[in-house]
Design a protein around this ligand. Structure first.
Ligand code: ADP
Length: 510
């Protein structure tokens, strides 16, 4: 009965001190011993931390593991049963002589390995029955189990503590939201991010109320259905310019049914503001680069317009002469002149389409038409005659939502770079192709030029790297940014024939 009571108490022990106290107060009654000791391993020594005996034993003393019986017990993970201590060579007689001890049992106690021992001592030489030994060993096992539980709790507390420190250091807050009830268990740092004191109530409703009304609907959806993997949403707060990023995952029960969301929240206001500034700067650069391009284009454009204008004027002059003699011929000449002027109008319109300001609204675009417009722009603004430019468009491509001006600018830049890279070569070929690739559209601009210079390839999308006299070296970095703004990607691969190929991937649902 004493053992059962002790086992019950041990099961409720929350700390090592509790376990020692329980052993101290129950072990003698269980075993009928004249004294008990609790010994803890302390590095290479045995520490006699507590005792309950008819006369003092070794409480508070430390002995080397190799020289005392508790050390033997822990090192060998075995119970020592000694009916007569003076006939057992493991006993350090000098330490025992001043005590009442004549016989003893020592049991090891372990968490994952032996870390303690309990000594039971009697004042007379005696034999131990199997029943007595079984009782004492049962107590040893119960103490071991209690110690393992306490250690596990300590480890858990320690790792929770470390997690809290890491969360705090990273400016992160952690939470768990129960989907059905809407209750949230959140760290103090998480509550603080939402402007709540540690003791304040915090449920899904409280969290949503703290979010800016414009972002609330999305947040409500995420906090009911669970966040989309890999997509961390950023929310503005209602009363402060703070932006919080929320990452999390659904927790499923054994049946696979979502029951909760666990996640982390962090303040990304600074990063967001820096990104906004960065975007604004790139926007300005984009305009500057476009104006720079326009300067260079102007003379080529003048040349291009010159030809239909001169032809149109000549037709009109001829018409003037013919008017009296042959009105029918004159009308034909006037109509031809009209055709030429219409052509100049078309050229100007196409170009105007590519010089919008900054960001333009996304519209659903026919990609084949876009390619034709870009090539027309290349034709009228690039004075590199003799370059063969081919267009390959996959049949049946869907329309996609894009900023036509910006995407046109990317393709134009890529083709113009290709044309410029082949300057002075005998074979000058560019292939612009566009095809569907999974859930995206992939444009590809391949040239037969020399390929990228190694130091350019290493910093390809970093601004201000150029090999051209008068080049700004911002074209590709802007193109890269535009691709990203469309949820897409721009990358380069060297060609088998030594030239360069640039790929622009735009998601269909971007
Ligand atoms: P810029 O044209 O003003 O130099 P870009 O950012 O468009 O700026 O290009 C950066 C550099 O990348 C160019 O100077 C050139 O050296 C290299 N480059 C770009 N496209 C090609 C290409 N198709 N073939 C070879 N080099 C290229």
């Amino acid at each position: 009965m004493a053992l059962v009571a002790a086992v019950e108490q041990l099961a409720a022990a929350a700390a090592l001190a509790d376990i020692i106290a329980i052993v101290r107060s129950t072990a003698r009654a269980i075993s009928g011993a004249d004294g008990v000791c609790v010994v803890l391993r302390d590095g290479e020594r045995c520490h006699y931390v507590d005792e309950n005996a008819i006369a003092p034993l070794w409480k508070g003393k430390r002995f080397p593991l190799a020289t005392c019986l508790s050390g033997w017990c822990m090192l060998n993970d075995q119970t020592a049963v000694i009916p007569d201590i003076y006939s057992d060579p493991r006993i350090p007689y000098d330490a025992y002589r001043p005590t009442f001890v004549k016989s003893m049992i020592m049991v090891p106690v372990h968490a994952d390995r032996p870390i303690a021992a309990i000594g039971f001592y009697w004042g007379q030489i005696r034999a131990f029955s199997a029943g007595e030994l079984a009782l004492i060993e049962a107590l040893g096992r119960s103490v071991s189990a209690a110690l393992a539980a306490v250690k596990a709790q300590e480890n858990l507390r320690e790792s929770e503590h470390r997690l809290a420190l890491a969360l705090e250091a990273g400016g992160l807050g952690a939470f768990e939201l129960q989907l059905e009830s809407g209750a949230i268990d959140a760290t103090a740092s998480c509550k603080a991010l939402f402007g709540k004191a540690p003791g304040e109530a915090f449920s899904r409703e409280d969290l949503l109320a703290a979010i800016h009304p414009d972002d609330r609907e999305t947040a409500a959806r995420v906090l009911s259905a669970g966040p989309q993997p890999g997509r961390n949403a950023v929310y503005r707060l209602q009363d402060r310019p703070t932006r919080l990023e929320l990452a999390g995952r659904l927790v499923l029960d054994e049946g696979g049914v979502p029951v909760a969301i666990t996640g982390v929240v962090r303040d990304v206001t600074e990063r967001f503001e820096a990104q906004e500034k960065h975007d604004a700067l790139l926007g300005q650069l984009l305009r500057a680069a476009r104006l720079n391009d326009l300067g260079a284009m102007a003379s080529a454009l003048a040349h291009e317009l010159n030809q239909p204008l001169a032809a149109g004027t000549n037709y009109l002059k001829a018409a003037e002469r013919l008017l009296a003699k042959d009105p029918e011929q004159a009308v034909r000449a006037i109509s031809k002149a009209g055709g030429q002027f219409l052509r100049t109008k078309e050229i100007i319109q196409r170009i105007r389409g590519f010089v919008g300001q900054g960001q333009n609204p996304k519209t659903s675009e026919d990609l084949e038409q876009l390619c034709h417009d870009v090539l027309e722009l290349v034709r009228v603004t690039t004075s590199n005659d003799g370059t063969q430019i081919y267009l390959k468009v996959e049949i049946g491509l869907p329309r996609i939502e894009i900023d036509k001006v910006q995407i046109g600018q990317v393709l134009f830049n890529l083709i113009r770079n290709a044309v410029e890279a082949m300057d002075g070569q005998a074979l000058r070929q560019v292939i612009l192709s566009v095809a569907r690739g999974g859930d995206a559209i992939v444009f590809c601009v391949a040239d037969s030029g020399p390929g990228l210079a190694p130091d350019i390839a290493a910093h390809l999308f970093m601004p201000f790297h150029t090999t051209k006299e008068g080049g700004m070296g911002v074209g590709l970095s802007l193109c890269h940014k535009i691709a990203e703004n469309h949820g897409g990607k721009l990358w380069h691969e060297p060609n088998a024939n030594g030239g360069a190929t640039f790929y622009l991937r735009l998601p269909l649902n971007g």
